[in-house]
Ligand binder design. Structure first.
Ligand code: C2E
Ligand code: CA
Ligand code: CA
Length: 292
């Protein structure tokens, strides 16, 4: 926090970040999203880390908000997409199709050239679009109702899937939300982590699950830290879970080991299509590939 308070060190850090992006100091950790009931792996969320030469491993909260205030966020997003897609490619080459989920900042949603950039990266890595999922926060999606829908529609028509992240922390207009080509709703971890002790949080989670299903979306609960919360989410019909109870965010090599160990105890059944599912929102199959 003291680093953040100091304007000069912020400037230094931003300069460092600019250099870090080109010199390959950013790395990704991966955290699985699994089926609540069966435990089948659905995809992995890519979470950026910065291996700083003197400050050590920095967490995203220490530099993402800073980057988001400047145009540097564009270079950072491109680098994270590049890392995620090259990893997806490696897994596909090894016979394992694991969809990767990448966090996208509000600024990308306001950039009409963003879909073309994503297409270029998909082509460059030879990765099928259905293996890429983009997570956009509820606040980002709601921020600009003129520009954001066009960018979202372009991404959707390319075959990339879209998720609303941190759901419940912003102010959504339901009538606007239902016009967007979004497949997945991620309930913010603050409500999920509070479920066990706070009845209000539990009510919010239950309502979000129902709302997502009524809009034909897959619902994910993030921040699942214990077995009781997971079984409550199963009872509520929540489709996917993500959190420390399942696996912490870890480097690719560790994730591969985790999958091997995990698959011994969890079979990989067919993908979930929940009974609330309405007509697919863009005419495409709702299918999510398993782990192959
Ligand atoms: P997020 O997208 O909501 O990511 C989930 C965060 O929750 C991750 O923190 C993850 O480590 C943490 N988490 C997962 N399960 C649990 C749990 O059971 N308990 C608790 N207490 N926490 C859990 P992380 O990796 O520090 O990322 C923080 C935020 O930084 C992310 O929140 C996302 O908003 C942002 N971020 C991360 N990577 C990127 C990126 O590449 N681009 C952009 N624009 N933002 C990123
Ligand atoms: Ca996210
Ligand atoms: Ca989130």
């Amino acid at each position: 926090a003291s680093r953040d308070d100091n304007d000069l060190s912020r400037l230094v850090l931003l300069g460092d970040l600019r250099r870090a992006i080109v010199s390959g100091e950013l790395t990704l950790h991966y955290q699985p999203k699994v089926s609540t009931g069966t435990g089948a792996l659905s995809s992995v969320e890519c979470l950026v880390r910065w291996q700083h030469p003197t400050l050590g491993l920095l967490q995203p909260d220490e530099f993402i908000p800073l980057a988001e205030n400047t145009a540097i966020i564009h270079a950072l997003t491109t680098e994270v997409l590049r890392l995620a897609l090259s990893q997806a490619r490696k897994w596909a080459d090894a016979g394992r199709s694991i969809p990767v989920a990448v966090n996208i900042s509000a600024r990308s949603l306001l950039d009409p050239t963003f879909p073309a950039q994503v297409q270029e990266l998909l082509d460059a890595h030879g990765v099928a679009p259905y293996l890429l999922n983009l997570e956009l926060t509820e606040t980002a999606v709601m921020a600009d109702r003129d520009l954001a829908p066009a960018v979202l529609k372009a991404l959707d028509s390319m075959g990339v899937s879209l998720s609303i992240d941190d759901f419940g922390t912003g102010y959504s207009s339901m009538s606007y939300l239902k016009t967007l080509p979004v497949k997945e709703l991620k309930i913010d971890r603050s409500f999920v982590m509070g479920m066990a002790d706070d009845p209000d949080s539990a009510v919010i989670v239950r309502s979000a699950v129902d709302l997502g299903h009524n809009l034909g979306m897959t619902v994910v609960a993030e921040g699942v830290q214990d077995g009781i919360t997971r079984s409550d989410l199963t009872d509520m019909g929540c489709d996917l879970v993500q959190g420390y109870q399942i696996c912490r965010p870890i480097p690719a090599k560790e994730l591969e080991l985790w999958i091997e160990t995990y698959l011994v105890t969890n079979s990989s059944p067919p993908p979930i299509v929940h009974s609330h599912e309405k007509v697919p929102r863009n005419g495409q199959a709702e299918e999510m590939p398993g782990t192959g």
